[in-house]
Design a protein around this ligand. Structure first.
Ligand code: AMP
Ligand code: GLY
Length: 428
C-alpha cells in the first residue's frame, strides 16, 4: 500500500521513517519533504496547502492513506477535500481544526465543556483589552486568535508589555488577520507537558507522553521557538496524572467536539500546565502531532504505525493497542544561524555519514530545514536536524544524542546543551 505524508519537517521525516517500516507499505510519498526524506522516500513537489494538487496526486497514484503533519493544510480544509474525493486521510476537518486555528474557539469550547483552563476574555477593541489588563493585572498572557507560526503568544511580565502586545496585534496589525482578535488569559504556573493522542471521532488511543523545550537558549532562556528538543516519556506524567488528563481533558474534548457537531478525527495534542498540586490545565490544543515531540515518540513506538492509522480512519481505535519501547528517547534540534528571527540558509552540513549504526547505535537524524545541493545536504530552514537517540534512561539517551551531535557541524549551527534537564533532575 502507498502512503502520502504531507509536510517537510522533522515530524514528517519521523512519520515517513516509521511508516516505511510497516510490512504493508510498498511506497511512502512525502510532499514536499526535505533532504532526509528525499534519500529514502519519493518526494512530491507540491506545497502543503495546495490541497487540490494533493487530492489529484493521491488519486493518480492510488495512495491508500494520507497523513497530515502541519496545521496549515488542516486549517485550509485538506481533510474535507480528501473526504469529498473519497480518499482516506487522517486528520481533523477544517471545522474540528479550529481547536488550534482559533484560540477564541478553543477557549469557548473548553469553557462550554468544563475543561480546566485559565480564565480569559476575547477582544477586537484595543481600549477594551487595555481595560481588561488593568483590571486583571500582570503577569498576563496575550494570544493572537489565529495561526501565527509560534509568534502569537506573549507572556507579559508587566502591564506595559501586555499593552504593547495588544497594540501591536490589534492596532499595529503586526500579525495580520491572525491578530485581529486577541485572547487575554491569566498566567498559569507549573511545568508543561505534551499529551498527544490519536482520535477516530469517538475512541482515543494515547501516545507516549513527551516534553519539549520551547526556548532557544540553555536554562529555558531566550525567545520562544517551535521547539529546540524533546524527550519521551515525560517523568512528570505519572500513571495517575495520565489518567487524570484523559478524564478531565482528552475525553471531554473528544465528546464535546462530537456533541458540537464537529467530531474530531486526527492527532490531538493538548499542551498542559501541571501545577505544584499536580492539577492539569490546558494551555492550548494543537490539531496535529508536535514537532519535535514526534521524533522521540516515533523512536519508542514498537507497534506498526500504519495499523494504528488504519484503525483510526476506520473508526476502530478501541481495538488498537500501541506498544512502546521501555527505553527513553531524546532529540536535540540543530538550528540555523539567526533562528528563530531570520534563519540563514545555504550552509553545507558535514558529518552526517558519521551517524551510522556501528558508530551510533539507536540514533536517528531526522531532517527538517534541509535540501540536497548536488551530493551535499544544505541548510534551507530554521530548524535543520533533530538528532534523536534511545537510551536506558533519559540521561543515557541524552548522552547518546549529544555524542552524535558532536559528529555533525555546519556554519552557525546552534543548539541547546541541556535538553532533558527537567527529566534528568526528576529521574536521573
Ligand atoms: P500556546 O501556543 O498557547 O501553547 O502558547 C505557547 C507557549 O506560551 C506555551 O507553551 C507556554 O509556554 C506559554 N503560555 C501560553 N499560555 C500560557 C499561560 N496561560 N500561562 C503561562 N504560560 C503560557
Ligand atoms: N513543539 C511544540 C509544537 O509542536 O507545537
Amino acid at each position: 500500500m502507498k502512503i502520502l505524508v504531507v509536510g517537510s519537517g522533522g515530524r514528517e521525516h519521523a512519520l515517513a521513517w516509521k511508516i516505511a517500516q510497516s510490512p504493508r507499505v510498498t511506497r511512502v510519498f512525502v510532499a514536499p519533504g526535505n533532504a532526509g526524506t528525499a534519500r529514502t522516500d519519493a518526494v512530491v513537489n507540491v506545497a502543503v496547502t495546495a490541497v487540490g494538487e494533493l487530492v489529484k496526486f493521491a488519486r493518480d497514484n492510488e495512495v491508500a492513506l494520507t497523513v497530515v503533519g502541519p496545521e496549515a493544510p488542516l486549517a485550509a480544509g485538506i481533510v474535507d477535500a480528501f473526504q469529498a474525493a473519497q480518499l482516506p486521510i487522517f486528520g481533523p476537518t477544517r471545522a474540528a481544526a479550529q481547536l488550534e486555528s482559533s484560540k477564541d474557539y478553543a477557549k469557548a469550547f473548553m469553557q462550554r465543556h468544563g475543561l480546566p483552563t485559565a480564565a480569559y476574555r476575547t477582544f477586537t477593541d484595543a481600549a477594551a483589552a487595555h481595560a481588561y489588563v488593568a483590571e486583571r493585572g500582570a503577569p498576563i498572557v496575550i494570544k493572537a486568535d489565529g495561526l501565527a507560526a509560534g509568534k502569537g503568544v506573549v507572556v507579559a511580565a508587566t502591564r506595559d508589555e501586555a499593552d504593547a502586545a495588544i497594540d501591536a496585534m490589534l492596532t499595529g496589525n503586526s500579525l495580520g488577520a491572525a491578530g485581529a482578535r486577541v485572547v487575554i488569559e491569566d498566567m498559569l504556573h507549573g511545568e508543561e507537558a505534551s499529551f498527544i493522542v490519536m482520535v477516530d471521532g469517538r475512541h482515543v488511543l494515547p501516545l507516549a507522553s513527551s516534553q519539549d523545550h520551547k526556548r532557544l537558549a540553555d536554562g529555558d532562556a531566550g525567545p520562544n521557538t517551535g521547539g529546540m528538543g524533546a524527550y519521551s516519556p515525560a517523568p512528570i506524567v505519572t500513571p495517575a496524572l495520565h489518567a487524570r488528563i484523559m478524564r478531565e481533558v482528552i475525553l471531554p474534548a473528544v465528546n464535546g467536539m462530537a456533541a458540537d457537531g464537529a467530531p474530531y478525527t486526527g492527532f490531538l495534542y493538548a499542551g498542559v500546565m501541571i501545577d505544584d498540586a499536580g492539577r492539569p490545565q490546558v494551555l492550548e490544543f494543537n490539531c496535529r502531532l508536535g514537532d519535535p515531540e514526534t521524533q522521540p515518540i516515533m523512536m519508542r513506538l514498537k507497534s506498526d504505525l500504519v495499523e494504528l492509522l488504519l484503525h483510526a480512519v476506520g473508526g476502530t481505535l478501541d481495538q488498537a493497542e500501541a506498544e512502546w519501547d521501555r527505553r527513553a528517547a531524546l532529540g536535540v534540534v540543530l538550528a540555523a544561524a539567526g533562528y528563530p528571527d531570520a534563519p540563514r540558509r545555504g550552509a553545507i552540513i558535514r558529518g552526517l555519514e558519521r551517524i551510522n549504526p556501528a558508530a551510533h547505535p539507536d540514533v536517528q537524524v531526522f531532517h527538517a530545514g534541509t535540501t540536497l545541493v548536488n551530493t551535499d545536504v544544505a541548510v534551507s530552514g530554521g530548524r535543520v536536524l533533530c538528532v534523536t537517540a534511545l537510551g536506558d534512561s533519559v540521561r543515557l539517551a541524552q548522552k547518546a544524542a549529544y555524542a552524535a551531535v558532536d559528529d555533525i557541524r555546519f556554519d552557525g549551527m546552534q543548539y541547546r546543551r541541556d535538553i532533558g534537564h527537567r527529566a534528568v533532575a526528576r529521574k536521573p
